[in-house]
Write a protein that binds this ligand. Sequence first.
Ligand code: HEM
Length: 412
Amino acid sequence: MSADPRPPALARPLMDAAFLANPYPAYQALRETGPIHWSEEFFGGAWLLTRHADVELVLRDPRFSAQRTGAWVKDREDAPGELKGFQQLFARALLFLDAPDHPRIRKVLNAGFRPDVLQGLAPHIEQVVTELLDRVAHLESFDFIEAVARPLPVRVITLLMGIEQPQHQDFMAWSEDLASFIGEPRPSREQARRAQASLLGMSRYFDCLLALKRKTPGDDLVSRLAQAEARGEIQDGAELLAQCAMLLFAGHETTRHLLGSGLQALLSHPAQWHRLRREPELLPGAVRELLRFDSPVQYTGRRVATDLVLHGQQLRRGDLVLPLIGAASRDPARYLDPDTLDITRSQGSSLAFGSGPHVCMGAALTLMEAKMVFGQLLKRWPGLSLVDAAPRWSDKPAYRGLVMLPLRYQAI
Ligand code: HEM
């Protein structure tokens, strides 16, 4: 803990109901009052960064460490013993590691995300998208989140991982419990317990699956991990389990939110929706813009690895820093008219998938999935429209997305 006096913490709580519904005015106010702020709302104390250049710097600079899971248990008299077990296991997931462990494990996982592997999966994913849309094709209206955005990501991840008899309902519930805990800046005891129980459920499941894959390996991610363990590239069973649990969780909530808030944004801008229908070649750029416009991951975290000064502020080793990706995505110093959705924007990718050594491994897979969903919707139901004008946003500040998205068809 730093001996330096902190600047005064933010006077008003940042994360009230208005913030969860629309965080962008609060980000703008923060950005305009200074480049760095101290807030006690996040894990008892953290530095907040809102500018694109600073967020990118923190994600790329090794003076900021990815090892940050200690914040989950720090200063918590109510931390149940299980939470410490959870923290110890999950701390070994790629997302929370630095060199040399991080590049060692990333190399193993990389092989499972190669372009040829994704191309091989493409027809299967397209088939799942078709199947999910077929199920609601006879209805006049339906909730897009429950029908497509929630089930699709887990179906895709299980294809990638080579899970042949998936327990989709369990996988979704487990991932959601983990996201509820990890996406909360001050998780409750109940959230901690549920996350722990779900991680245990995942561990038991993967223990059995790994035993199977060791005996009869396939051409999938879990088999690759098991083979890497046999070659000594993965240290032990706990490290292996941590990667499996992370993979199941990493692409679930995030992809769901891209599909949900992305579709909501497009349907709220009918001219852009119809333009996409006429010019489907704009789809890849449109998906990138949707990721910028409402970034599913609003913030991530890093620990200061060595004392340093940033914008005149002394940061001490061990301090928690939160690069606010959602704020960086709307920084006017980086994007022209940042609050305007523009599917033809040509200002490069945003930081929605992160940057630097931890940049999202699932980015190409996500783009493929989103193109398939929006592409099929545009072709099959060009007259799709929103039922509610006021969307209901999730209450997890780290992950921005919709709880429900009721839609209806109109013939056009
Ligand atoms: C890392 C966002 C989908 C796997 C990340 C990070 C971000 C991100 C911001 C970096 C976090 C940090 O630096 O602290 C997203 C978004 C997605 C998405 C917005 C969808 C809209 C996926 C999918 C998968 C996946 C589908 C896999 C099936 C990973 C992994 C990492 C990661 C393994 C850790 C990489 C590392 O630590 O080296 N993602 N992600 N993501 N993502 Fe994604």
